[in-house]
Design a protein around this ligand. Sequence first.
Ligand SMILES: *Cc1c(COP(=O)(O)O)cnc(C)c1O
Length: 362
Amino acid sequence: MNYGRTFNFSAGPAMMPEPVLEEIRDEMMNYRGSGMCVMEMSHRSKVFQQIADEAEADLRKLMSIPDNYKVLFIQGGATLQFAAVPWNLMKNGKAVYIETGAWSKKAIAEAKKYGEVIVAASSKDRNFSYIPDCSDLDIPEDADYVYICENETIHGLTYQQLPNTKGHILVSDQSSMFLSKPCNVADYGLIYAGVQKNVGPAGMAIVIIREDLIREDLDPKMPVYLRYDTHAKAGSMYNTPNCWDIYCCGKVFKYLLQIGGLEEMARRNADKAKVLYDFLDGSEMFHGTVDKEFRSLMNVPFVTASAELDAEVVAASKAAGFDNLKGHKSVGGLRASIYNAMPKEGVEALVEFLKKFEAERK
Ligand SMILES: *Cc1c(COP(=O)(O)O)cnc(C)c1O
C-alpha cells in the first residue's frame, strides 16, 4: 500500500519496517481481545507480561544470547548508560576508553565524573575518520573494562575487528548498529543500545550484561534506577517500564527472525550500503569522509568541495522528497543514515538524485 511515506535518512529516531507499523496499527484499538491498546495496559497484567517475555525470548533467539547474560530494558536512552556503565562496573575506579568520535567522547566525559579514564587510543588527529589500531593497547592490569562505541553515528565509522582487551571486559555502545549483523555476545561483558536508531521508538535502551558483572556492593548513594541489579532482580519492571517501546521492539525482533535473522539482515545492509559507497567512489562531486576500511554500513557521511554546495544539495534533496540528509555540524556536508528499515530502493533513489544533481552542475 502507498502511504505517501518519505525515504527518511534520519540518524534517529529512524524508519521502522512497514509490516511492523501495519501490525501495530491493526492492534492499536484492541490488542488481541484485551479490550485495550498496549499504551493503556498495566505493566503488571498477564497480557503485558507475555509481551515482555516474548520480546526478550525473541531477542535471545535473534542474537543467540548465552544463558549467563541478562537482558535489561531500561529507560533513559543510551545517554543514561554513559553514566550507568562506570557507576556499576568500576570496581577499581579505572577504565580504558577508545576515542573514535562524538559518542565515545560523550561517554568519556561522563565516565570521568566517576573515575579515572585512560584514553588508550584515539583518532582525533584526523577528525575521527578511522579506527585506531587496538591490537596492542596499553591497558593497566587493574582497569575494570575497555570501552568502545562500535559504530560512531555522527562520524560514520565502525570497527572491523574488536580491540584486543588482553583479558579485560569489553563494553560496547552498539546504539547505531544494534541487530544490523550477527554479534557474538560472548565476546563482550556488556552491550547496550538506545533503540531508536535501529529498532523501535525512542525512549529506551537495551542492556545485555554478563551476570557476574551485576554487583550489589555499589555506592549506597547511587540512584536506584542507575543500578543494574535493580533492573535484573525485577525483570526490568522495578518501576513502570516503557511498555510501548518493549511492545514495538518485540515486533521488530519477530520481523527480523521472520526475514531470516541477522545473517540475512547483514547481507541486505551490505548490499544496500554498497550502492551508495560505489557511487561516492566514482563521483567527482561527492566524497565519503571516512577511510574505506572503517566505513559504517549504517551512517554514511559525505561532502562536496564547499559548504555552499553542500547546503544546495541538502535543499534540493528535500525538494525531491528525501528527508534528514543534512550532515552533523561536526562533520558538515551530508549524512545518509541507512539503518535496517531503510529499503534498498531508498538508497537507489538517493543515488539517482545525486547523480542527476552532479550531471546538471558539470
Ligand atoms: C544516539 C546515540 C546515543 C544517544 O542515545 P539517546 O538514546 O538519545 O541517549 C549514544 N550512542 C550512540 C552511538 C548513538 O548513536
